[in-house]
Design a protein around this ligand. Structure first.
Ligand code: ADP
Ligand code: MG
Length: 318
C-alpha cells in the first residue's frame, strides 16, 4: 500500500501505516476488555439495542444443538430472515432467506432450501464451522434488510455499505465500498471493489480509487462516481458517533447499510478498522486526529451531537 509514494509525502498527507495504527490507534484507544462487544455480533446487537441504536431486528438466537429440532417453530413467524454466526466474518455462514414457497425457504438467487438444509446450517454454525478459531458459536436469526435503491447505478451485485471511522467518539473519516464484477460482488477493496471517499460535511463523494488508482466511473455500470451522494447523511454520522457510548472503543469502525423503510442501520462494528479508507479519501488520519485531540482538550465530554457538529465542520471538503 502506498509503495509508490515517497515517505516524506506520506507524512505530509498524514497517512497512518499499519504499525502506527496498531500501536497508536488500536492499543492506545481500545483496551482488550472492550473487544468482545464488537467481536461477537450478538453482544453488539444487544448493546446497540440497549442504547437505542438502529440495527436489523434480532428475531431469535439458537444457542444449543437441542434447539435445532425446534427450528421450524422458531422461524414460523417470519417469511424472510437472515441466519448469521455471531462470531463470523467476511460473510461466511450468512444465509439470506427472502421468502417461502410452501414449506421451502427461498434464497436471493432463487434456490430453495428445505427445513433440513436450514437445520444443518444452524447445527454447523453452532459447532463453529464459520466462527473465528472454530469455537462453538451462536446462530442469530435477524430481520432481512431491504437495501435502498439509491446506489443501484453505483454497484455491481453486492450490497454497498458505508464505513465510518470514529475516533474517541468523533467521526474522523468516511468511505463507501462498491462491489464490482472483479470483486465478485464483494465490497472488499483488496478484491477490486471501488472505495469512494465521502465528505464528512455533506455525504458527497470526494474521489474514488480502485486498486489504489484514481477512478472516475464505476467499471461495470459506468456511473460517474463524483455524482454519488449518500442519503440520510446526518443521521448516519450521528448513528456512528453514538457507537462510541455503546462500545467505549476510541478507534472504531462502524458499517452502515440503508434500509428502504427503516433508513440507516448499523450492520457491524469493528475494533480494528483497516487503513484503506485513507486511500479512498486521498488523505491520512493523522492530521484529523490531531485536530480532534486539540479540540477535546478545550471541549471535554461533548455529546454525540456536539461531536458530529465539530467533525462535519472541521473535516468538510471542497
Ligand atoms: N440482515 C441482513 N439483511 C440482508 N443482508 C445481510 C444482513 N446481514 C448481513 N447481510 C449480508 O451479509 C454481508 C455481511 O454481513 P456482516 O454482518 O457485515 O458480516 P461479516 O462480519 O461476515 O462481514 C452484508 O454485507 C450483507 O450483504
Ligand atoms: Mg461485514
Amino acid at each position: 500500500m502506498f509503495d509508490f509514494i515517497k515517505p516524506s509525502r506520506l507524512r505530509e498527507l498524514g497517512i497512518v501505516g499499519m504499525n502506527e495504527r496498531n500501536v497508536r490507534y488500536i492499543m492506545e484507544n481500545n483496551p482488550r476488555k472492550f473487544f468482545p462487544v464488537v467481536d461477537d455480533k450478538l453482544k453488539t446487537k444487544i448493546a446497540a439495542q440497549k442504547h437505542k441504536i438502529a440495527v436489523p431486528q434480532l428475531y431469535s438466537v439458537v444457542r444449543e444443538q437441542s434447539q435445532v429440532r425446534k427450528l421450524k417453530d422458531i422461524l414460523a413467524p417470519y417469511s424472510e430472515f437472515v441466519i448469521k454466526p455471531a462470531n463470523g466474518s467476511q460473510g461466511k455462514g450468512i444465509l439470506v432467506i427472502v421468502g417461502k414457497d410452501g414449506d421451502r425457504y427461498v434464497k436471493p438467487n432463487g434456490e430453495k432450501l428445505s427445513l433440513l438444509d436450514l437445520q444443518r446450517h444452524v447445527s454447523n454454525t453452532l459447532s463453529g464451522l464459520y466462527s473465528l478459531g472454530g469455537e462453538n458459536d451462536n446462530a442469530m436469526v435477524e430481520a432481512l434488510v431491504h437495501f435502498t435503491d439509491a446506489f443501484k447505478n453505483f454497484t455491481y451485485q453486492g450490497v454497498p455499505d458505508i464505513r465510518l471511522i470514529v475516533y474517541k467518539g468523533y467521526p474522523i473519516m468516511a468511505m463507501m465500498r462498491l462491489a464490482t464484477s472483479e470483486s465478485d460482488g464483494k465490497a472488499n477493496l483488496h478484491q477490486g471493489a471501488v472505495g469512494v471517499g465521502i465528505n464528512l460535511g455533506d455525504g458527497r463523494a470526494v474521489g474514488a480509487v480502485m486498486h489504489n488508482v484514481t477512478c472516475l466511473a464505476h467499471p461495470d455500470t459506468g456511473a460517474k462516481l463524483s455524482e454519488l451522494v449518500v442519503p440520510h447523511w446526518d443521521e448516519q454520522v450521528l448513528l456512528a458517533s453514538r457507537c462510541y457510548e455503546v462500545t467505549s472503543l476510541g478507534y472504531l469502525g462502524a458499517d452502515i447499510v440503508i434500509d428502504k423503510e427503516l433508513g440507516p442501520l448499523i450492520l457491524e462494528l469493528n475494533a480494528r478498522p483497516g487503513l484503506s479508507i485513507q486511500i479512498a479519501n486521498q488523505e491520512g488520519l493523522a492530521h484529523r486526529r490531531a485536530k480532534i485531540d486539540a479540540h477535546m482538550a478545550q471541549n471535554p465530554n461533548e455529546t454525540p451531537e456536539q461531536r458530529v457538529a465539530f467533525s462535519k465542520k472541521a473535516f468538510a471538503r471542497g
